[in-house]
Each structure stands twice: as C-alpha cells, then as structure tokens.
Design a protein around this ligand. Structure first.
Ligand SMILES: Cc1ncc(COP(=O)(O)O)c(C=O)c1O
Length: 412
C-alpha cells in the first residue's frame, strides 16, 4: 500500500501477528541512469543520504559558474546573477511543498530558520500570556527543542513527549498533552532516527482545535515525501538541502502559513528582511511583505549555487519517483535484515515510513567504522546503525550492506 496509491507491485509478508505489505520489485530502475552523475557512488557503497545526500556533477558545475561570475564580474554579479539565483532557490524550495517563492524565507540552516521564527514569539503581545508551553518529542532533532529551552528564562516551558514504542509518537500522546497552556507543538515530519512519518495533518487539526500552532521540522521529508503543505494545515515548516535534496550544507528555509506570516514579526533580524533593502536607511525598519521578512544577512551564495544544481536534478526526476524508489529500497533492506535475524527498528507500513531503516546495535560506532574501512558509508546514532538508501542505490548495494552488518553484528 503506497501513500500515493500508485500501482504497487506488492508482496505480503507475515510479521508477528500482522501482515505487512512490501514492494516485490524495485520501482523506477530507470533512475539508475543518474548514478554516473554522482562520483561518490563509484568510490563507495553510500547508504547515508539521511545524513548528507551525495554530490552531483551538476552542483559542481553550478559552483564553477558562481566562481566564474565572481572572478569576472566582482560585485556586479550580485545584480546580474546572484540575487536572481536566490529567487530561484526560494522557488525550488517552494516547489517541494507546493507553494510560491514569495512564501519562502531562506536561512543558512534549520536552526537559524527556527530561531528567527521563535524570536517572533518573544515580542510583547505576540502570544497569549497563558500559553507558555512548547511541546516536542523525544524522537525530535535536538535543535527543535533547544530553540525553546534557550527561552526558558523568558518563561517558556518545554514538554518532551515520550515515544511508547521507540519508533513513533502516536496522535493520542499529543492529544493527552496539548491544552490551553500550549503555544506550539514542534515536531518532525519524519523522525531522524527511526524514519517514521508523523501524521502532520492530524496533528495540525488537533493543535488548532486547542488553539495551539504547529511547527514542523521537515528535514528528513523534503525531497522525499510529496507534500502539499497548505493541505496539511500546519502553521510553520522548516527544512533544508543537506539530505533528500542532495544540495549540501548552507541552505534551509522557513515557510509560514500566509495569515501567520502577516501576523508575526521577528525580533531577530537582518537587512535582507527589509522592504527597502537597498535604501540603506538605518533609522527605520519596514519588513518585506513577503517571507523575506524572516531572512537575516548576506546569504551563502556559493551554497545556493551548489543546491540549485541538485535541485535541477530533483525537479527533473520529481518527488513521487524519488519517494517510490526510496521506499522500495528501504523495504528491501528491512526484508533482508529480518531474514538475517538483525534487529530492525523501522515502521513496517510503507505509508508511514520515510527513508531511514535503523538496525539496533548496542555499540554502533566500531561497526560503522569497520564498514567505512570496507568502503560502506552509513552512520550511527545512540544504539542504532542508520541505513538510508536513496534513489541512486542498487539492490546489490543494499544486499551488500545488510550482509556486512550481519557478519559484524551477529555472533558467528
Ligand atoms: C530532522 C533534522 N532536523 C535538523 C537537522 C539539522 O539542523 P541544522 O540545519 O540546524 O543543522 C537535521 C540533520 O542534520 C535533521 O535530521
């Protein structure tokens, strides 16, 4: 069963008392034609896209373009090329969630995007004084909780919800916690250790019914899950290019629901947020009427060029194909790991699984180091080895990694 209802070529496998459905063959083998554009893939077995997507030749070519412009035009390049490239990056990010460039604020990373948003709630009158709580979960990436923990001196209280199964946080857990003291529910679209997809539509409806806002960290979803953000009802969405957009470090974004974008104003800012940026008027600040309101200072232009090279490829392939092939590779990894007797920590239903398959290992670092010695790149988090095959990986690579893991982990 696939989230997009596409022609799933399924196999049904008994798992405990339930039947699980998985793709019998990998869809979109035609995408393997792109492998040649990723030099890393011929040098290693790379199953670590959830940490950092591999570099494409298109990014390298775009970076060379940036350097040529700098070398030949100097500061003129801002007006002839670079500002336009930033508009293009906003447009690329907007495309991933079905929204226009004007609703996208660029940031150098998700932490800055979140900090800029969080600063808006520091303004007097920006929130109901009774709403002091920010709810997050134990499965979330630390920067999400840290934004609000840093504000405990300002009266913010952070509530960290548990995960009953170590994989997911069901809506019932949020339901029990969100109340009239809740300002925000801040959680992931796809959890970074378990790859579980959160029901952000259900969560947004639940939060709204109690007068709270939702802030979603989509780093492990963007480029992987087809997303119509307006249809989900979430209030704020942040993500970046490091992982499933293959665009490297230095590029992230903040999207706000249009009514919220209008209502909120940051209290941490920079001159790129000004409606009259090139008036150079130090004495007055009028924010841009679009999402640039939440931008800061001079962006990392080389990073934007690198990202745009990769985005060209992502747009060419389209997120539904990237999603389907990634799901199938993950399903294959789960099936092979089960067969070998490895302890898999992953959601069994494709409809609620992203691009990560975790294998439980008490002391994962030496295992990951040994794999790296053998030319297999994966990574680890406490208690797990994280595998994240992407569209460019082959069936044989997944088999090789599971085989090597079984050899290293299981008693001989
Ligand atoms: C879910 C999630 N959020 C955030 C980040 C990174 O945040 P930042 O862009 O602030 O480094 C990562 C990975 O690096 C992540 O997996």
């Amino acid at each position: 069963m696939y989230r997009d209802g596409s022609d799933a070529n399924e196999t049904v496998i008994p798992f405990g008392t339930t039947l699980i459905r998985m793709a019998a063959t990998l869809r979109h083998p035609e995408l393997l034609a792109y492998r040649d554009e990723f030099p890393l893939l011929s040098r290693s077995t790379y199953l670590n896209t959830c940490s950092l997507g591999a570099l494409t030749d298109r990014s390298r070519a775009k970076l060379a373009e940036f350097l040529d412009q700098w070398g030949s035009l100097g500061a003129r390049a801002w007006y002839t090329h670079w500002l336009e490239e930033l508009v293009g990056l906003r447009d690329d990010f907007g495309w991933t969630i079905g929204r226009p460039a004007e609703e996208i604020a660029l940031a150098p990373n998700v932490s800055v995007a979140l900090a800029s948003l969080a600063s808006a709630f520091d303004a007097p009158g920006a929130r109901d004084p009774g709403r002091t709580r920010v709810i997050t979960t134990t499965l979330d990436f630390p920067t999400l909780g840290h934004q609000w923990l840093a504000r405990t001196p300002l009266g913010v209280e952070v509530v960290v919800l548990p995960s009953p199964d170590g994989l997911t946080v069901p809506l019932s857990v949020f339901d029990a916690a969100i109340d009239e003291r809740t300002l925000l529910v801040a959680t992931g679209h796809v959890y970074f250790t378990t790859g579980a997809v959160q029901d952000i539509t259900g969560l947004a409806a639940l939060a709204r019914s109690r007068g709270a806002l939702t802030v979603i960290d989509a780093y492990q979803a963007t480029g992987l899950l087809p997303t119509d953000i307006a249809a989900t009802g979430v209030d704020a969405y942040v993500s970046g290019t490091l992982k499933w957009l293959f665009g490297g470090p230095g590029n992230a974004f903040l999207w706000l629901r249009p009514e919220l974008l209008e209502a909120l104003a940051p209290t941490t800012t920079g001159w790129f947020s000004s409606a009259r940026q090139f008036a150079f008027d130090v004495a007055s600040l009028e924010f841009a009427s679009d999402a640039r309101k939440f931008e800061m200072g001079t962006p990392s232009v080389p990073s934007a060029f690198v990202a745009r090279g990769a985005m060209e490829l992502v747009r060419e392939i389209g997120i539904p194909r990237l999603h389907q092939r990634t799901l199938d590779l993950g399903a294959l990894a789960i099936r092979l790991a089960d067969e070998r007797g490895l302890s898999v920590r992953a959601v069994r239903d494709d409809a609620w699984r992203g691009g990560i398959v975790a294998i439980e290992v008490a002391d994962p670092k030496p295992v990951v180091d040994e794999l790296a010695r053998r030319g297999i790149i994966v990574d680890y988090r406490p208690g797990i080895v994280r595998l994240s095959p992407a569209f460019y990986n082959t069936e044989a690579e997944v088999e090789a990694v599971i085989g090597a893991l079984a050899e290293l982990i299981l008693p001989s």
